[in-house]
Design a protein around this ligand. Structure first.
Ligand code: F6R
Length: 243
């Protein structure tokens, strides 16, 4: 795409079509959602469609990919805050249908909490649609280099590059949490449909490795090469290093 705006509108329309299709079938529409700068315009268009076109999210169940750990959901840097600010506060989704990893779960409960998150996704028959961004380390969700293709929801130590990229939002790298809770690669690959968004020149190098490189744990996004229904939606700057 020439730019991220038209591309984001297209993605939002695909999600809206899926929501309406599931509504007709009287089934929940199970969406895996991302935070960060990449999906913001997709959420903007979904909010617009809710307000102006009556798109209802009453049958939608969401699972967010990740949350910093530890992180209070009232903190403006939390992904809980981000999702409410950009999407949930503006649509008619039911509160009980929103799932975001709890950044304040106790260390003793963390292991079981992650298993329960995974099982809850499975209880809906898996994710119908997963929206992704990509980090400069090749992470999807917070699955940093070294992540296993079969990994499930778990706690993870953030890569230094990821913390550098997050530093401005936290007013300094020393304030960026060292850990996060993330859905696994296996969780993401279980989605029936995956769309990865990539905008801007600073994603060009990692997108080249992800799309044209060998599948490797060192670039976890390369695992997407094995998924049968994945589309990368990227702008010209992000595509500039592709051969
Ligand atoms: C966030 C997430 C991350 C981001 C990635 C890109 O929920 O899962 O993988 O998608 O770090 O972030 P942005 O979009 O800010 O460049």
């Amino acid at each position: 795409f020439n730019d991220s705006t038209a591309a984001s509108v297209l993605v939002a329309h695909e999600i809206a079509a899926l929501i309406r299709e599931k509504e007709k079938q009287n089934k929940p529409c199970v969406l895996g959602l991302a935070t960060g700068s990449s999906p913001i315009k997709v959420y903007e268009e979904l909010v617009r469609m809710h307000k102006e076109e009556g798109l209802s999210f009453a049958n939608v169940v969401t699972f967010n990919l990740d949350e910093y750990f530890p992180m209070d959901k009232g903190n403006i840097q939390s992904y809980f805050y981000f999702m409410h600010e950009h999407l949930f506060n503006h649509i008619d989704i039911l509160d009980e249908n929103i799932n975001i990893p709890n950044g304040l779960v106790s260390s003793e409960d963390l292991y079981q909490y992650c298993i329960d998150y995974e099982m809850k996704i499975k209880s809906y028959g898996g994710l119908d649609f997963q929206l992704l961004g990509i980090g400069r380390t090749g992470h999807i969700g917070f699955n940093e280099p070294g992540s296993h293709y079969n990994s499930g929801t778990r706690s993870i130590t953030l890569d230094h590059i990821t913390r550098v990229d997050a530093a401005p939002a936290f007013l300094g790298i020393e304030n960026v949490p060292r850990k996060a809770i993330t859905m696994g690669i296996g969780t993401v690959l279980g989605a029936k449909r995956i769309v990865l968004l990539g905008w801007g020149a600073n994603k060009a190098a990692i997108l080249k490795e992800t799309i044209e490189g060998e599948i490797t744990a060192e670039v976890p996004a390369t695992y997407l090469q094995n998924h049968e229904n994945t589309t990368f939606i990227i702008d010209e700057a992000a595509a500039s290093e592709l051969t």
